[in-house]
Design a protein around this ligand. Structure first.
Ligand code: ZN
Length: 250
């Protein structure tokens, strides 16, 4: 399975997964039609289906143009269908989908947002839930829901690559540096990130193992993180809520 990461709008990512054996191509989120169509054309891929993670406009704005141009089948969470664009098919948390994706409840940024986990390629597409070095802002979801989502994603194998829906890696890393990350991992990533950006390379797709060293939302159980958040001794849920509130205020 080949992955193409497509930069859309100002800082969104869309993802194309192509299976050479079947010729099928799956798109995860549709922020903007033009760059996605250009990538499909450049690679000679035909779009088979689109999986939508959540309803925010910057994840669905290109949907109707792509559907009209390609006839691809549009899928989304049935529990969230009332505010998603019209769906051809619905899925539910726990389902395994064509292309091998497993649907994980990723509520927190929005309620009933989903993450899509492809065990066959050790990759999880998390949209605006757990993100590279951070997590999404809480809109209609809660800190408790985000905590549960982070716990579900944290249960995936260490080698799993985490792909989030925006290029927020640099500001997230700057913020994560406040919360006692692993010093060696922080220094290595601080050295690496500007070069990725300069070359136009994607900043998402870090391993869960590396996120466990850097991402404060995966480290809320650690005493040094609670202390850095100003809530020493607090339980991990309260630590996550505190860090997320501090991000909102930053
Ligand atoms: Zn969003």
């Amino acid at each position: 399975m080949t992955l193409a990461i497509i930069r859309c709008l100002s800082d969104n990512y869309a993802f194309l997964l192509h299976e050479p054996e079947t010729g099928e191509t799956t798109l995860i989120d549709a922020p903007q039609a033009v760059p996605i169509q250009a990538e499909l054309a450049a690679r000679g891929w035909t779009l088979t289906r689109i999986y939508i993670t959540h309803h925010h406009w910057d994840h669905v704005d290109g949907l109707e143009a792509l559907r009209a141009a390609t006839g691809a089948e549009v899928w989304g969470n049935g529990a969230d269908a009332h505010r998603l664009p019209p769906l051809d098919r619905t899925f539910a948390v726990g389902d395994t989908l064509p292309g091998g994706a497993q649907v994980i409840d990723a509520s927190g940024h929005t309620r009933d947002q989903v993450a899509l986990y492809f065990p066959g390629r050790a990759s999880v597409f998390t949209a605006d839930s757990l993100m590279t070095h951070g997590c999404g802002r809480l809109f209609d979801g809660t800190a408790d829901e985000m905590f549960d989502t982070v716990a579900r994603l944290s249960a995936l194998p260490d080698e799993t690559l985490l792909y989030s829906g925006h290029d927020y890696a640099q500001p997230n890393l700057d913020f994560a540096a406040r919360y006692a990350p692993d010093a060696g991992a922080l220094a290595a990533r601080q050295a690496e990130l500007p070069g990725l950006a300069a070359k136009g390379l994607a900043t998402t797709g870090t391993s869960l193992a590396s996120e466990r060293l850097l991402n404060p939302y995966l480290r809320c159980h650690l005493p040094q993180v609670a202390a850095a958040a100003g809530v020493p001794g607090a339980n991990p849920r309260a630590v996550l809520a505190a860090i997320r509130a501090q991000k909102d205020a930053s």
